[in-house]
Design a protein around this ligand. Sequence first.
Ligand code: CP
Ligand code: NVA
Length: 301
Amino acid sequence: MKHLLRLQDLRKEDIFSILNLADQLKYEQAHGIPHPRLAGKTLGMIFERASTRTRISFEVGRYQLGGMALFLSAGDLQFGRGEPMKDTARVLSRLVDGIMIRAHSQADIEELARYATVPVINGLSDTAHPCQALADLMTIRERKGALAGLRLGFVGDGNNVARSLITGCLQVGMAVTLACPSGYEPADELLAQAKALGDFTLTHDPLEAARNADVLYTDVWTSMGMEAEAAVRARDFAGYQLDDRLLAAARPDRMVLHCLPAHRGEEITDAVFEAHAEEIFDQAENRLHVQKAVLVRLMKP
Ligand code: CP
Ligand code: NVA
């Protein structure tokens, strides 16, 4: 495992190795055991889009592993003024030990990885959010004890978060149903991969995704960069809200997860969010533990 660009690139054993290490690092942190596994190493973090959780979890995590992270806002880099990605990749590779990037385009992240000689981690693109999906799997396993055989119902946009999560869940033996409005499905390539990976259903009926789900998941209707479509999306996604009616169709011991930030009253009701806030904020915290595990797996010689 040289980079973390998409979950499709990981093997099942890579996923479990990251989850196991994340559990271990969470334990060490909870017990005050220092864990400077990457002492002296540096991480450059390029952000083309806003972030709370991704930035903080990588920055704090890098510090706790011994070392430092540099926050590099794309607008303040020469990259933002047109310096090619392939040159940025080669310069950063001479100056830091690893690169995390949140970019508008997955193709740009892959271009960066092609030219970088240090590990590259995808911190979200238009089509993938692998770090989020790993934290989601960690949170589900923590609460449910195991992953294989569980059923995930995703209600909402077939976007970056949905795509990585679908792939991750199927790789670890979960069943997945995605309910999204017509026109918001993931790309055909991902759908074909999902069907080949395991028990995957695509539907336009939110109730079908919720039925007997162990885990219900949603994400915003309007992702970053799509703000101009917000009004159209609000119409198209009406009925795709995690509310009491959908929850009643799931298993009695269902979990509810949300990658955050949440828009109460759109993709999730305030009542459902608050009833499951402990799970959702555990999920946000687990970004830290998973990010540290990813950094160690990629950057430890
Ligand atoms: N879930 C997530 O990636 O959050 P941020 O956009 O705050 O990083
Ligand atoms: N789908 C959302 C996720 C934010 C973490 C977005 O891309 O804005």
